[in-house]
Design a protein around this ligand. Structure first.
Ligand code: F6P
Length: 194
């Protein structure tokens, strides 16, 4: 693609409660971001009709893209890291109810797999077919997904070491633009502000 835009979904009910996972809807602030994102696409006059929009299958991502009129696809591979038995908990609740799990994740966030859930390594692996499709896509792509998924995609395109991937700061209510480098190797993108 000529450019890739990455964004997390707008603020969800669970975000405000600091709960992980779940499938909650957007808050008022999150809905305002969805509107801003719709306006942002409309104001991108050069590309606006050619954008393809890929979201996860979760309510909060679909709702974040709801004011964009372009072609949209919902992909399960873009769903947030599955926190398994910890889904719906806060980090504090996990630390007190399952201190060993909490410590194991802190010790190796990249490889730690939530019981009945996923690790970052699992997420990186399930994104491989998406990356393959992204490389083939000729139109600019806007991806609306989740913190761990955006970290994994960002790390891939920015050539950031996998060990660092789980710690990359990805701000909410922000679009990250990745532009292919003119003389770069494969998969090396520059980041530019939007
Ligand atoms: O808190 C939002 C969230 O998307 C959770 O659903 C998810 O478990 C978490 O972020 C991933 O971030 P981290 O790997 O830092 O816990």
């Amino acid at each position: 693609p000529r450019a890739i835009w990455l964004t997390r979904h707008g603020e969800s009910e669970y975000n405000t409660q600091e709960r992980i996972g779940g499938d909650s809807g957007l808050t008022h602030q999150g809905d305002e971001y969805a509107h801003a994102l719709g306006d942002w696409v409309q104001n991108h006059d050069k590309h606006k009709d050619n954008f393809v929009v890929w979201t996860s299958t979760m309510k909060r991502s679909i709702a974040t893209a709801q004011y964009i009129n372009n072609h949209k696809v919902n992909l399960q591979a873009l769903d947030e890291i599955d926190a398994g038995i910890c889904d719906g908990m806060t980090y504090d609740e996990i630390a007190s109810a399952m201190p060993e799990e909490y410590a194991a994740r802190a010790a190796n966030k990249l490889r730690y797999r939530y019981p009945h859930g996923e690790s970052y390594v699992d997420v990186i692996q399930r994104l491989e077919p998406v990356l393959f499709e992204m490389e083939r896509e000729k139109y600019p792509i806007l991806i609306v997904a989740h913190q761990a998924v955006i970290r994994a995609l960002y790390a891939y395109f920015m050539d950031i070491d996998a060990e660092e991937c789980p710690y990359i700061p990805i701000a909410m209510h922000t679009v990250y633009e990745l532009v292919p480098k003119a003389y770069g190797c494969n998969n090396i993108y520059n980041k530019s502000a939007v």
